[in-house]
Design a protein around this ligand. Structure first.
Ligand code: 8ID
Ligand code: ZN
Ligand code: ZN
Length: 350
């Protein structure tokens, strides 16, 4: 009952448009599962892949997508812990070597041999996709597959980023790009982790949205006269600033502002990846205010299961919109103009 051909969205040339076409259904290798994808989220990383704007080599042509949720329909002979019929998720980390020093410490996202869904290997914008069984996310039976799809990259990434920030319950985190895909989930995870949220994004609609999701304050970067001062003031505690900052926006400017408003001893976590951008900060302040600046890149298998567990417990409710697989380019067009509020998820049957 597994067909030979299927519909897919394929990146064929830098800059796009992405091509909706029929391609062969892949076969799982001995250590892989074949997942019938029901829904896939559309991440801004998919747009970077389409534009070819990162200094990281991409396969061409490549099927895009890396937030795929579905059901296992076949598996390789070495796969023992996953059964046909199980729900599974395919994420950015499609596989890693499992034997380098990073993999041995479960730091598989920095494995030099990692394979990336929708980038170095075919991803989840297709009806059937393969992933290494150990890296495929385990999703409990009965879970809403459309709602959980964005957890597989956006949710996992912001959950890991919040852990990396070291912010503790009761403290305040500023989320930059709070109205987007990662941002909307970051508000929800931060709230579930007992943090106060200061949301930063552009426009009134995203402001309403962030407050509905649980942000205590919203700062509009498009109208703020002195963004740094406004963020410090909104964080309370006599203007000391937020304890942590999650930089999620795919623009350079916030990466040059964050050390200005983060609290002394605070941590700035870089997650968004604007093309060609640099982080910059005054050495004097960084030293005398003891500021930490670090990067955070998706998460490992354990982080994945923890992020899913928050969702399954009903703690994470970020709105998303569903469109057909054939409409991925329309989603990219809206994303380029920062018009998306929350996340888009594509339905593989349409
Ligand atoms: O593991 C990782 N580090 C990881 C994982 C997943 C995604 C990194 N990413 C990267 C993506 O590649 C992308 O560069 O995170 C970035 C954001 O992804 P996204 O959340 O999927 O993008 P989005 O839905 O388009 O949201 C971006 C938001 O940023 C706002 C936009 O208005 C939008 O709501 N924004 C912009 I553009 N400029 C801003 C600014 N100056 C800003 N918000 C605040 N200040
Ligand atoms: Zn992603
Ligand atoms: Zn490795």
């Amino acid at each position: 009952k597994i067909p030979d051909e299927q519909w897919a969205q394929v990146i064929e040339k830098d800059g796009g448009p992405i091509t909706y076409k029929k391609i062969p259904v892949p076969k799982p290798r001995p250590d892989e599962v074949l997942v019938k994808i029901k829904y896939s989220g559309v991440c801004h990383t998919d747009l970077h892949a389409l534009m070819g704007d990162w200094p990281l080599e991409r396969k061409t042509p490549v099927v895009g997508g890396h937030e795929g949720a579905g059901e296992v329909v076949a598996k390789g002979e070495m796969v023992t812990k996953v059964e046909v019929g199980d729900y599974a998720g395919i994420k950015w980390l499609n596989s890693s070597c499992m034997s380098c020093t990073f993999c041995m410490q479960a730091d598989e996202s920095i494995c030099p041999h990692a394979q990336l869904s929708g980038y170095t290997v075919d991803g989840t914008f297709q009806e059937y996709a393969v992933a290494n069984a150990a890296h495929a996310a385990r999703i409990p039976k009965g879970t809403d597959l459309a709602a959980i799809a964005p957890i597989l990259c956006a949710g996992l990434t912001v959950y890991k980023g919040l852990k990396e920030s070291g912010a503790r319950p009761g403290q305040t985190v500023a989320i930059v790009g709070a109205g987007g895909g990662l941002g909307s989930l970051a508000i929800q995870y931060a709230k579930a982790m007992g943090l106060h949220v200061l949301a930063i994004d552009g426009g009134a609609e995203k402001g309403e949205f962030c407050k509905e999701l649980g942000a205590m304050a919203y700062i509009d970067f498009t109208t703020a006269k002195d963004l740094v001062a406004e963020v410090k003031a909104a964080a309370g505690d006599e203007g000391l600033g937020p304890h942590a900052v999650l930089l999620l926006a795919p623009r350079e400017k916030p990466f040059q502002q964050a050390t200005g408003y983060v609290r002394s001893r605070g941590t700035v976590v870089c997650i968004g990846m604007p093309a060609g951008a640099m982080v910059s900060m005054p050495v004097f302040d960084t030293v005398t205010r003891m500021i930490t600046v670090k990067g955070s890149y998706v998460g490992n298998r354990q982080d994945t299961q923890e992020a899913i567990d928050f969702f399954v417990r009903g703690l994470i409710k970020a709105p998303y919109k569903i469109v057909g697989l054939s409409e991925v380019q329309n989603v990219f067009d809206m994303m380029k103009e920062s018009k998306i509020v929350g996340r888009y998820v594509v339905d593989m049957t349409k």
